[in-house]
Design a protein around this ligand. Structure first.
Ligand code: SF4
Length: 214
């Protein structure tokens, strides 16, 4: 019986993965930081700003920020006030400018190792994984409150309780060939369909989603 339940669960994971990738075709949002030729630094800057900040606000300051501070050396050379002048509309500008100055003082090039990125000030696993996945295509899971909402709704009782098990679950769902598109699709699906007030009637998962069935 247990084996049967596990097989069913894996089949639902595969169903969700392939449906999400199909949904991604034509539904992904177009943001400047998603251009595939963006550097590690440029993607990092976007992910650093997107934490607790709506994408539309980040989109307003992103081009000017990259023009004024095209790399960590430029941040290191700038004063905190010069950085604040650009990022003030984002909020948390003191904390963000101080963290960026500390990062730039520590290194002139960002590391491609998750462990090293997560040691930087104000950089957690979400930012590190998103940066490496979106800029380098690394197969790393991203889990924020929105994605947790999607997974916990779709998989219900199968969605694990502990953080380490949730990460393992999210890792298992990542496709091997295109984790970047999958993670982008998760973000956009959470924003467009599986919102806090979900649009279940429009959702590809509504015939196996536990939340919808309950
Ligand atoms: S059916 Fe509703 S709750 Fe379930 S994944 Fe779709 S939008 Fe979210």
């Amino acid at each position: 019986m247990r084996e049967y339940v596990t097989m069913m669960s894996h089949s639902r994971e595969e169903q969700f993965r392939s449906a999400l990738l199909e949904w991604a075709e034509g539904n992904l949002r177009d943001f400047a930081w998603r251009d595939t030729d963006r550097s590690l630094y440029e993607v990092f800057v976007a992910e650093f700003f997107l934490t607790q900040t709506p994408a539309r606000n980040v989109a307003e300051v992103y081009p000017e920020f990259l023009e004024r501070f095209p790399d960590l050396r430029a941040i290191d050379s700038a004063t905190k006030e010069e950085i604040v002048a650009v990022i003030e509309p984002l909020g948390f500008y003191n904390m963000r400018s101080e963290a960026l100055k500390s990062i730039a003082a520590e290194m002139s090039e960002l590391s491609e190792a998750v462990e090293e990125l997560t040691e930087l000030p104000r950089v957690g696993h979400y930012i590190a994984n998103a940066t490496l996945c979106f800029s380098r295509g690394h197969r790393l899971p991203i889990l924020d409150r929105n994605i947790e909402r999607v997974y916990s709704r779709v998989f219900g009782a199968d969605w694990p309780e502990t953080r380490s098990d949730q990460i393992a679950f999210a890792e298992r769902l990542l496709p091997t060939d295109d984790p970047r598109t999958y993670n982008l699709a998760l973000l956009d699906f959470a924003a467009a369909i599986c919102q806090p007030s979900p649009l279940c009637e429009q959702c590809f998962a509504n015939d196996y989603c536990e939340y919808y069935e309950s």
